[in-house]
Design a protein around this ligand. Sequence first.
Ligand code: NDP
Length: 330
Amino acid sequence: SREWHLLSRPVGWPKSEDFALVEAEIRQPAAGEVLVRNKFLSVDPYMRGRMSAAKSYVAPFELGKAMQGGAVGEVVASAADGIAVGDHVLHFGGWREYATFDAKQAVKVDPDAAPLSTYLGVLGMTGLTAYAGLLRTASFKEGDSVFVSGAAGAVGSQVGQIAKLKGASRVIGSAGSDDKVKLLVEEYGFDAAFNYKNGSVAEQLREAAPDGVDVYFDNVGGDHLEAAIGQLNRDGRIAVCGAISVYNNTEAAPGPKNLARLIQTRGRIEGFLVGDHYDLQPQFVQEVGPWVASGALKYRETVVEGIENNLEAFLGVLRGDNTGKMIVKL
Ligand code: NDP
């Protein structure tokens, strides 16, 4: 069984020398454990944070050990009650072909109810992030105009569509290619979208949202956040979900220069972590599951095949190679 180890902590953009794909023995399950053959692995932007030693909300990856991440696989040996060989489970032993772990960390998933990869994306962690961040943190309500960055990504594409389905007056998205912008408007029903690489974010947002924005869902930070504050309406809300534009910075990025606008608008900026919102999971599945099944909410996945390409898939997320959730298929 092969697994990816972190050898050294990347400075700036991660380099292939910081990692190694290592051969490891498959360990049979002890009492209470299961052995799982992974079928789909998740690669997510937050993993960049775990490669650094800096204190954060999850512990850094340990050097010389297998990295971790979301994964869905099939149970091939079980010494745990309630989980049988042949069951499919969502768990945290990603970045490897086989994983042996405490069955309490496994959540059973149904391969007949939805494609297995969707438990990592549209019906999984990134989906709940979109749902909780928009509805709870940003207190979205019908009639709001919503701007979301990273809008063709896993979280962003779902934020925009949920806002639309729940009666947003206008949904605006930004993304890093003209093809992604086209997808947002033509397939996902965004009212306007722009390519942030084509010019000033502030100017393009002003054009796309002439009447301002009530909610900004921030996946990106930097210029995007400053531009959104500049267009914020009275009582506007900004949910800070991520700041991918600064994850590989070696020095602190400058903060937005226009924070005083929050006084005028009585605006609110609030960060959130999906891990604090799992109480919404049943409601999320109940509401979003049928939209996904009926096609009312569309999703894309970018699928990279093979454990040997796990690292490239992760780097691809940071580069923007993905449209929708980036998935590694084994
Ligand atoms: P995505 O599927 O959105 O992939 C990341 C995307 O970021 C890329 O496809 C790329 O698209 C875009 N990107 C990369 N660099 C830049 C840049 N410099 N400026 C603008 N966009 C950039 O990932 P996720 O949906 O999984 O995550 C989206 C955000 O949400 C991330 O910031 C992540 O850290 C955060 N997150 C936060 C959670 C929380 O609990 N708070 C939970 C899950 C995710 P493009 O081509 O458009 O540039």
